[in-house]
Design a protein around this ligand. Sequence first.
Ligand SMILES: N[C@@H](CCC(=O)N[C@@H](CS)C(=O)NCC(=O)O)C(=O)O
Length: 219
Amino acid sequence: MENHEPTLHLISFDICPYAERSRIVLEEKELPYKLTMIDLSNKPDWFLDISPRGKVPVLLVDDKAIFESMVINEFLDEAFEGASLLSDDVVDRAIARSWIVYANDVLLTAYSRVWYSKKDDTEKLERGKKDVVTALTAIEKHLASREEGPYFLADTFGLVDAVYAPVITRLKASRKVFGDFDKGFELWEKYAKLVLGEDSVQAAQAEDLTQKFVTYLEK
Ligand SMILES: N[C@@H](CCC(=O)N[C@@H](CS)C(=O)NCC(=O)O)C(=O)O
């Protein structure tokens, strides 16, 4: 990409939270990009050719494919000017990455257990709900003790917020289907409201996300 502005093409699936993260970063950096939604139940051959894991998101930079949402997001932040979404401080950058792993491995994993539990598997569902509450308890503790805010780690929106945002954009749909077992975390709710108001977060959401996600969850 030396000496020229590359074209950016994001391959996505409309309700995928990982792809939504990368779209938030593209919007946050105000980068022009082409967006293609594919049907994951019928993956096109051209997609399988560029996605070794068969997963979205994939970002085509000119004709080169980058995959894994967090790799895409760090690339976008590093390669382009505009708002910087990771701290200049090496320790703070590591802390952001730590909370990103927490979002992936703990919060999103716990919600996924709830969202994708089979209707008759109440044991899995209840375990998932309990794990969500445990994850939110740790997040609430972090939000209460952080040095800077009102965002997850700083006074400006960052890569860590782009990772928590897609969970937040799915909460309305999730609560319609599974109830509000995850309510009552005051600082998390306040943070969620702030993030939902971000232009980039709104622009990155698929049209009718709540309805589409409810339909998906009810299936
Ligand atoms: N670790 C990946 C996860 C991406 C992912 O799981 N994408 C899902 C959709 S939300 C997918 O493409 N699934 C298709 C499949 O596994 O066949 C990332 O962060 O990009």
